[in-house]
Design a protein around this ligand. Structure first.
Ligand code: ADP
Ligand code: MG
Length: 207
């Protein structure tokens, strides 16, 4: 990624980013729901699809916004539309990103905002890494970005991290009710986080 996203974040880029993010989640809704059916209540894909369909409907308005407002608006939308545990958590993630992202950030500024957003999710979820949740992907991927990894390597970190939730035992969220029986399945929120990270990394990968 270039040093500053200032020129990289024109409205075409924002439109592509929103579309990519929303479409990857919507395209994987059945998979996310199947993962949640195994260790939760089988609504994660449906929840996320509802939220990102609402985001997609607002693509034109959103892509005209400055990056911080755009991120905050996505967060508000996810908070009100997704529901479940993941709605408030992804809502918090994007709203905090919006709050902490400088309008024309350098890589360090983006990394700080990401770190702040991960901390906000932990606070909101009263959770931490190691509990078989979305945090087990968000935290290592943000750390990989902060230490200067290429975007393809950040995406690869997210992929491996989602995979690494399979042998974990859930101690937060609905899957924790299953205790030992949560072992052997990928966490649905870890997978949705991986998909979103991959979409963003792909969008910026060539720049
Ligand atoms: P619900 O569990 O209410 O049905 P979803 O199915 O939409 O909500 O989302 C489930 C996902 O949310 C889990 O796979 C997990 O990644 C994430 N999650 C649940 N609770 C927490 C928490 N306290 N902290 C972080 N992530 C959580
Ligand atoms: Mg669920």
């Amino acid at each position: 990624m270039a040093e500053s996203t200032h020129n990289l974040m024109d409205s075409d880029r924002k439109r592509r980013l929103i579309t990519r993010l929303a479409e990857v989640v919507i395209a994987h809704a059945d998979e996310l729901t199947a993962l949640d059916a195994a260790i939760g209540d089988g609504d994660h894909g449906h929840n996320m699809k509802r939220g990102f369909e609402a985001v997609l409907q607002d693509t034109e308005t959103l892509s005209a916004m400055a990056l911080p407002e755009l991120l905050r608006a996505i967060g508000v939308k996810l908070l009100s539309k997704v529901g479940g545990a993941s709605g408030p958590l992804y809502g918090t993630l994007f709203m905090t990103l919006g709050k902490q992202m400088p309008a024309a950030p350098l890589r360090g500024g983006i990394a700080d905002a990401l770190q702040g957003a991960v901390e906000a999710v932990k606070a909101r979820g009263k959770s931490d890494v190691g509990q078989k949740t979305m945090l087990d992907v968000l935290a290592p991927a943000c750390a990989a970005f902060a230490t200067g990894n290429s975007l393809s390597s950040v995406a690869e970190t997210a992929r491996r991290a989602a995979e690494a939730t399979v042998p974990m035992r859930a101690t937060r969220g609905r899957a924790s009710f299953l205790g030992e029986r949560s072992i052997g399945h990928m966490d649905p929120g870890a997978r949705s986080a991986e998909l979103m990270i991959a979409a963003v990394c792909e969008e910026f990968g060539g720049t």
